[in-house]
Write a protein that binds this ligand. Structure first.
Ligand SMILES: [Zn+2]
Length: 500
């Protein structure tokens, strides 16, 4: 119905349109041959009939009417079809024999082709992504005419041999692609799980870099299974280079050879001792840190001892410098909760976040002397009382024991107290001749014998190195000398071990 009506109503325009159509057919014929054009025109009309929902007419045509009419009639149908159905002249893009789309302007068709080919060159990595692409004049229903961009998109899509997948991007860079989003996400979860243990805070497991899963088109060989995807994520950023140790190799020579530093070599090979390199041993000479690492936070509790405090108590009865522990300190115990941050299982930080004392320590108490030390107080060490020549040492002599040391020199030479103390004896004492005894602290006494003169008296307090008498030859003596003794609780000690 529509078919006929339109033809009747548009008689005035018909003539003009027919001329245009035949012009187009003539142009097209130069390429395809007239018969082909007619065949295509016929197909268009049939399509059009169906499109315009003149189903009855179409059935008749299909039933054979069409096949009986002359070629002139076909042209008539073509013309009528064009007139009645907004058929228009356009330019179709044909790539490798397939019609991709139709645009109204030849320049647009050419531009769409050029742009699509450029895109496909990049995608496919080849200079000739489509073996043949051409632009041809055609007749088309106006509904079928597309814009340049649509045709370009269709053309790219038709020859894009990449696969649709889901890429794992690390800091914005595509590392691997898997065929489904679920697989990509599961690969990442599997990687995380490798470093999760019973101490790990599950909700803190994260990657050390920004990771995204996005849909992506990739070449088939870039598509990985989960196992290979994991390997790619764990691989170092750069190619790992190993060096096999040969005679004479050292970390120093390797650092020079591979343009790195000894510190870096040690970091790349934490288990290797640089001084124990062996021939044939493999050494990493490049970065081995994985591209992507899993950061985990662990909570760990540990019981640890901690120091006791020391309380100092003034003791006015003890001299300055004297301190006595009256209560021994005992360390306490605490339970410490640590937060440990690891990267791929290797600890990078450990912070104590909570502490609980489980056993209180015992504070040590020390009494510290505050009494000013008088010059006559004992120091506990002994000075040489007279700097004479040692003529007889302490110990066995002539079948008996020499209880001191003999220091020979000129009669009248001054003798000083070996340490501070109190004179407890000053006078003649048989074989000792003129003798001074001084009592010091802690059971010590010193004897000064054979003196020619005594310049102190009993009860007098003397300071260390204070003048007390003079060298002589009194008593059982064979020449002027000082016989000097140090005794502790009455027992003679070897003065040579104490004098300084
Ligand atoms: Zn002697």
């Amino acid at each position: 119905m529509l078919f006929k009506k339109n033809a009747d109503e548009s008689k005035d325009n018909t003539k003009h349109n027919i001329e245009n159509i035949f012009k187009a057919i003539r142009e097209s014929a130069a390429v395809d041959g007239l018969k082909n054009v007619f065949e295509k025109g016929k197909t268009k009309v049939l399509a059009l009939i169906a499109h315009e929902k003149v189903a009855d007419k179409a059935k008749k045509v299909k039933a054979g009417t069409m096949y009986a009419v002359s070629s002139g009639m076909i042209v008539f149908f073509v013309v009528c079809g064009i007139l009645g159905s907004n058929l228009t002249i356009g330019y179709r893009v044909v790539a490798d024999g397939e019609v991709v789309g139709v645009v109204s302007q030849k320049e647009d068709a050419q531009l769409a082709c050029e742009k699509a080919v450029e895109t496909l060159k990049v995608i496919k990595g080849t200079e000739e992504p489509i073996s043949e692409v051409k632009v041809e004049l055609t007749l088309a229903n106006q509904d079928m005419v597309q814009d340049e961009k649509e045709v370009e998109t269709t053309l790219v899509a038709a020859f894009d041999d990449r696969l649709d997948g889901y890429g794992i991007y690390v800091d914005g860079s595509l590392v691997v692609a898997l065929s489904t989003e679920a697989q990509a996400k599961e690969a990442l979860e599997l990687y995380k799980l490798e470093f999760v243990n019973e101490n790990t805070e599950k909700d803190t497991v994260a990657f050390n870099k920004n990771v995204e899963v996005k849909s992506v088109k990739v070449k088939a060989d870039f598509m990985k299974n989960q196992e290979d995807a994991l390997a790619a994520l764990k691989a170092p950023k750069d190619e790992v280079i190993k060096h096999v140790i040969a005679e004479g190799d050292t970390f120093y020579s390797l650092a020079e050879k591979y343009n790195t530093t000894m510190e870096k070599l040690m970091a790349y090979n934490p288990d290797v001792k640089p001084e124990l390199l062996q021939n044939g041993q493999e050494i990493f000479v490049t970065e081995t840190t994985p591209l992507l690492q899993v950061q985990t936070k662990e909570r760990l509790k540990a019981t640890e001892p901690f120091d006791y405090e020391t309380e100092k108590v003034d003791d006015p009865d003890a001299y300055v410098g004297v301190s006595v522990v009256t209560t021994e300190g005992v360390p306490g115990e605490k339970e410490v909760e640590y937060e440990i941050i690891k990267e791929n299982g290797i600890e990078v930080s450990k912070i104590a976040i909570a502490e609980t004392v489980v056993k209180e320590p015992v504070t040590a108490v020390v009494r510290v002397g505050t009494k000013e030390r008088p010059s006559t107080a004992s120091t506990g060490t002994f000075a040489t009382p007279y700097n004479g020549i040692v003529t007889s040492r302490f110990g066995s002599r002539w079948g008996s024991t020499h209880t001191g040391i003999d220091l020979a020199g000129a009669t009248g030479s001054p003798v000083v107290a070996a340490d501070g103390g109190t004179v407890i004896s000053a006078g003649w004492a048989g074989g000792y001749g003129k003798l001074i005894k001084i009592r010091h602290d802690n059971g010590y006494e010193t004897y000064y014998a054979h003196l020619s003169s005594i310049n102190v008296s009993v009860g007098q307090k003397v300071a260390k190195r204070e003048f007390i008498g003079r060298v002589g030859n009194t008593g059982n003596s064979t020449g002027p000398h000082l016989h000097f003794e140090i005794r502790k609780n009455g027992t003679p000690l070897n003065p040579a071990n104490y004098m300084n």
